[in-house]
Design a binder for this molecule. Structure first.
Ligand SMILES: Nc1ncnc2c1ncn2[C@@H]1O[C@H](COP(=O)(O)OP(=O)(O)OP(=O)(O)O)[C@@H](O)[C@H]1O
Ligand SMILES: [Mg+2]
Length: 145
């Protein structure tokens, strides 16, 4: 997938793990995997919690709006930088008004509408691809401080 072809000369992505998302239990599993990955890459406790939160929000959106999809967790080894890549993708209904969804405070489910804009603020790189009827892919990267 094109999203992974980031600066391949210097960025090495290894061990991408895929967590299928369908149920609330899957959200918990994905969240834990992200946390474990962050800690194994020497991210701080706080950063690991942020990674877990990001995954949680993206996975929750999959369950809520698309019913099923997947979360991909990858390591970015670009010395001296260490980072984590998270991709959330589904083939659900897509987001009709992306600008509004990213602004925050907009929810089609009676939520707070803070998931996506919160994720955006927690990461270093944020990409969202969506189209009505075509599904949604959110790809983010976070570097260790
Ligand atoms: N994967 C997705 N597929 C389709 N629509 C989505 C998806 N993710 C988000 N959306 C749409 O974007 C809106 C904003 O999402 P966001 O996560 O920011 O808020 P929310 O889920 O409504 O509330 P919460 O604050 O509880 O996360 C959602 O209400 C929904 O309409
Ligand atoms: Mg949400």
């Amino acid at each position: 997938m094109a999203i992974f072809q980031v600066n391949t000369a210097t960025t090495l992505m290894d061990t991408i793990e895929t967590v299928p998302i369908r149920t609330v239990t899957d959200i918990v599993i994905a969240r834990q995997r992200g946390r474990d990955r962050a800690l194994s890459m020497r991210f701080s406790e706080t950063e690991a919690t942020l990674i877990a939160t990001i995954i949680s929000e993206l996975a929750r959106n999959i369950v809520l709006y698309a019913q099923h999809g997947e979360i991909l967790i990858g390591s970015l080894d670009n010395p001296p930088r260490r980072g984590i890549s998270i991709v959330s993708r589904d083939e659900g209904p897509g987001i009709a008004d992306v600008q509004r969804a990213l602004l925050g405070g907009y929810s089609t489910s009676g939520g707070l509408g803070l998931g996506l804009c919160g994720v955006r603020r927690m990461v270093d790189e944020f990409q969202l691809e969506t189209a009505p009827g075509k599904g949604t892919t959110v790809a983010v990267k976070k570097w260790a401080r």
